[in-house]
Design a protein. Structure first.
Length: 91
């Protein structure tokens, strides 16, 4: 499933830690925004990490599942690539 993930984390240390963690799951398309192609296990790992490191009174993490039909409607203006442009092979 394709997931658009955004975060607003007040602590620089925590934000950096979460950012580095997310790099193994997807593409950092903008500051504090990742586009990820995930299975349920990957999504569960991200949710678990977010629950353990963020301060819910100050921070937020939002995850939006994007259906295939909506993914085809994504438009990019300016710099950037669409997640669907990536080609990869799982070994």
């Amino acid at each position: 499933m394709i997931v658009l993930l955004t975060y607003d984390i007040s602590s620089n240390k925590t934000r950096g830690r979460f950012h580095r963690f997310l790099k193994e799951f997807g593409l950092n398309t903008q500051k504090s925004v990742f586009e990820c192609d995930l299975d349920l296990e990957g999504l569960d790992r991200i949710v678990a990490c977010a629950r353990t490191i963020i301060n819910p009174a100050k921070d937020s993490v939002r995850m939006y599942r994007i259906c295939a039909g909506c993914l085809r409607k994504v438009r990019v203006s300016g710099r950037g690539i669409k997640l669907t442009q990536l080609e990869y092979m799982v070994l």
